[in-house]
Design a protein around this ligand. Structure first.
Ligand code: NAP
Length: 311
């Protein structure tokens, strides 16, 4: 049977149209519908009321926002960052809500086994159901201008630590899933920078692309027990982006954390807030040459601010 070219084109066009409609409906569901739903009840039911979440980079910015929101939902918390005084302040604030909090002061750029053992020890005797790998660090400048020490620091914090913390704590998460019959979760924080080739912040982009490549296979390997989200936000108003954030796309870390938690268990990867999802969609359709020029210009401007701030 020979199919007429115009019929083939009509069928192809109709299929494309349906595909676009389905994608648009999914986008609206993800970015507008899910964040409006009652998240706390769902997460407590899915992962176990009163179970524990461990958050790295928890004393500021996005990590702190995750901690505050999960505490509202009744999760007990293990908070990890370098500065004990900041952790203590957050611990006091959160404990007032009636949940238990442990803190671990550890420099996660130090990739020696002792660093990760301190996390395992803190989580060993609790029912750990959620791991949020939030710690991360960035730098904006041409590659030759990145100091060798900074290069090693970025690789240690963004790549090695995410990989090793996940590897260290995954058995505890699976123990929770097996013993309770509920699911466990790993939420890894990447960045939109990992989704594109990003001149001016090439190493950070490569580190954040790693997050996707580590996270998504885990979702399949442990699909019967584990929810995984590779979260790729754009700009948030935190210390990391201080002075560099373009207003229109900047959102608060609280809104970003809320959107990410609403997606946990529903999708493997997301940009969290709809504004960040929209920006990513726009960047995809932008011609590569224009995108690269734009990225480099913005990144170098951000680098100037970082240098002025002594980074
Ligand atoms: N901000 C943005 O616009 C943006 C955009 C996309 C993605 N992200 C990603 O979002 C995540 C959180 O970023 P953020 O903006 O919330 O950062 P932030 O405000 O700078 O907070 C960083 C947190 O990590 C801790 N930390 C930093 N270095 C550490 C180390 N070596 N060891 C242990 N803890 C350390 C800090 O506490 P101490 O200083 O006390 O250790 C702090 O609690 C990162 O993975 C980042 O890449 C951020």
């Amino acid at each position: 049977m020979v199919i007429d070219t115009s019929v083939a084109l009509q069928i192809g066009g109709a299929a494309l149209f349906v595909w676009a409609l389905v994608n648009m409906a999914r986008w609206i569901w993800l970015y507008f519908w899910l964040p409006q739903r009652s998240i706390g009840e769902r997460l407590a039911k899915r992962f176990g009321p009163g179970s524990w979440a461990l958050i790295t980079g928890a004393s500021d910015g996005l990590g702190k926002a995750f901690a505050q929101e999960l505490a509202c939902y009744g999760f007990n918390l293990i908070l990890v960052s370098r500065t004990q005084s900041k952790l203590d302040l957050l611990k006091d604030e959160i404990q007032a809500q009636g949940v238990q909090v442990r803190t671990v002061a550890a420099d996660l750029s130090n990739t020696s086994p002792q660093t990760y053992e301190s996390l395992a020890i803190a989580a060993q005797d609790v029912d750990l159901s959620v791991l949020i790998n939030c710690v991360g660090t960035t730098v904006h400048r041409r590659y030759c201008d990145v100091a060798a020490k900074t290069l090693r620091h970025l690789l240690a914090v963004n790549v090695s630590t995410t990989a090793i913390v996940t590897h260290t704590l995954l058995p505890l998460l699976l123990r929770h899933a097996t013993s309770t019959g509920r699911r466990a979760a790993v939420l890894n924080v990447g960045s939109i920078v990992g989704r594109f080739y990003w001149p001016g912040t090439q190493l950070y982009g490569a580190c954040k692309a790693f997050i996707d490549h580590l996270s998504i296979p885990l979702a399949y390997e442990y699909r019967d027990q584990l929810d995984v989200l590779s979260f790729q936000p754009t700009v948030m108003a935190t210390a990391m982006a201080a002075g560099t954030e373009p207003g229109a796309i900047t959102i608060s870390p609280e809104r970003a954390a809320h959107a990410a938690l609403s997606h946990l268990g529903h999708t493997l990867t997301s940009h969290g807030h709809w504004r960040h999802g929209l920006l990513a969609a726009f960047l995809v359709i932008l011609p590569c040459r224009i995108r690269n020029a734009l990225f480099l210009k913005e990144a170098l401007a951000m680098g100037e601010v970082e240098l002025a701030n002594g980074k």
